[in-house]
Write a protein of this length. Structure first.
Length: 466
């Protein structure tokens, strides 16, 4: 990285840390997330922890919460990542041998777990295949440990295909911020704990587990959903960490399942209300929302956009907590955004666009449209931006190929090419963006209650004009 870029990154890090020590900081961060500007401050990992409930709003409790979460994952590893090769020789040899068929034999468990690890490993090696970061053995080992411990400790959910694509961006973000932690020797004590590089794996598990609280039901079939809810309620009466449920294998997507009900709301209620013509046309073509919506929802649109765009989108989705209420409206916004490409097309063409969503370089337009659909009184309808047909996917020279992505943090949102007219007729700055700028300016103008470090003494530049 050249000196100018390095200085810019340091400013982003300094400004981000300063935001965390201002009154009303959480509201500021949420507004930045909704306006697409959170990526400018290099504290995305901390923000996700706050948004998803891994950290409380009270900074005085951050250290205790972090240590508690990390200890919980450490205990899971001790319980489930057991190698019988190193088991104590004092164990009964009738059980502690590879030929034992006893259920309580560590070797029996070891062989069963091997099948689960093999299934997880097959998905891990396919994670973002064009991004070198995910080809590193240590990253793949981290993913294996996190997903395996989650599967073992949540037998009702176990491991389902697609979970690795939810975990991968989390690990990427946490590793992206390590450089700043290593270089800032005068980092505020509480942030040294919260962003401790030695516990990236533990923090990744905590974030993933919290995310699955909201997304998890979308991976379940209808036949086990009532058992899941019943077991969850019974267990939570005794503990905040439900662990005892039965595994399942096959999905049966219908309106009686959580994802079936969710897609019914997206298609038959929200889309019909927002764009009845498009709703009727997709219904006429007999394209059910399950065709494209299962992947959209389960992966949180992770395959529909390049990774840097996904991270910006997740900022907005997470800002409302692990229930992810904006997901429904984001789905509708994506459909309306390509309505002109869908209407009057045949079944095959429509399906092609829905299964390979056209490239969008300004995802914040979709976020603002989703916010408008959810609350039109608070969020105005944003200016329309053009979309790119399938022939132009990944053709923008200003947008890096995914193989170039690796921490330090992914590049900021690129400028669209001049090949498409993106000139808005009115300012595309939404109320969310304007509010974020106003609150941010006031926050940066006030002295911090706690001085994070001496390297933060320089006054940060004002946020750039839209």
């Amino acid at each position: 990285m050249d000196p100018a870029s390095e200085l810019n990154e340091r400013h982003k890090w300094s400004d981000g840390c300063k935001l965390l020590f201002q009154d009303g900081y959480l509201e500021v961060l949420k507004n930045l997330a909704l306006s697409g500007e959170l990526q400018k401050y290099s504290i995305r990992g901390v923000c996700w922890k706050l948004f998803l409930g891994c950290l409380p709003e009270d900074k005085g409790q951050w250290e205790e919460a972090s240590l508690k979460n990390r200890q919980a994952y450490e205990e899971l590893k001790k319980e489930y990542l057991v190698d019988p090769h190193s088991a104590s020789s004092s164990l009964d040899l009738a059980l502690n041998n590879p030929l034992s068929q006893a259920e309580e034999s560590p070797w029996n468990t070891y062989f069963v777990d091997g099948e689960l690890k093999q299934m997880i490993g097959q998905d891990i090696v396919r994670t973002f295949p064009d991004i070198q970061f995910f080809r590193q053995p240590e990253i793949q080992n981290t993913m294996m440990d996190v997903l395996f411990c989650y599967a073992k400790s949540h037998p009702d959910m176990c491991y389902r295909q697609g979970m690795h694509e939810l975990l991968a961006p989390i690990i990427f973000v946490l590793h992206s911020e390590l450089r700043d932690v290593y270089q800032d020797s005068s980092l505020a004590p509480v942030l040294k704990v919260v962003m401790d590089p030695d516990y990236v794996d533990h923090d990744a598990y905590t974030l993933f587990a919290e995310l699955m609280e909201g997304v998890g039901p979308w991976y379940m079939n209808s036949s086990l959903e009532m058992d899941y809810v019943r077991a969850q309620n019974q267990t939570r009466a005794l503990s905040h960490d439900p662990r005892t449920r039965v595994p399942f294998e096959n999905d049966c997507i219908s309106n009686s399942s959580a994802i079936g009900r969710k897609l019914h709301i997206v298609h038959d209620i929200l889309l019909k209300r927002a764009d009845e013509k498009l709703y009727e046309y997709l219904t006429h073509l007999s394209i059910p929302p399950q065709t494209y919506g299962i992947r959209w929802l389960r992966l949180l649109f992770g395959r529909e956009f390049p990774l840097p765009v996904v991270l910006e989108l997740w900022d907005a989705l997470f800002s409302n907590g692990s229930s992810l209420p904006l997901v429904d409206y984001m789905s509708v916004a994506m459909l309306i955004h390509i309505r002109d490409m869908l209407l009057n097309q045949d079944y095959a063409t429509c399906l092609k666009y829905l299964m390979a969503y056209p490239t969008v370089y300004e995802v914040n337009y979709l976020i603002q449209r989703a916010l408008h659909l959810r609350n039109p009184a608070a969020f105005p309808l944003p200016t329309i931006w053009a979309v790119h047909p399938l022939s132009q996917v990944h053709s923008n020279p200003l947008f890096p190929h995914s193989s170039q992505l690796s921490p330090p943090p992914p590049p900021s949102r690129p400028i669209p090419t001049s090949a498409v007219d993106h000139t808005p007729s009115v300012s595309r700055t939404s109320k969310a963006s304007a509010k974020a700028r106003q609150v941010l300016s006031r926050a940066l103008a006030r002295p911090a209650k706690q001085e994070p470090s001496s390297s933060h003494e320089h006054s940060p530049p004002p946020p750039p004009a839209p």
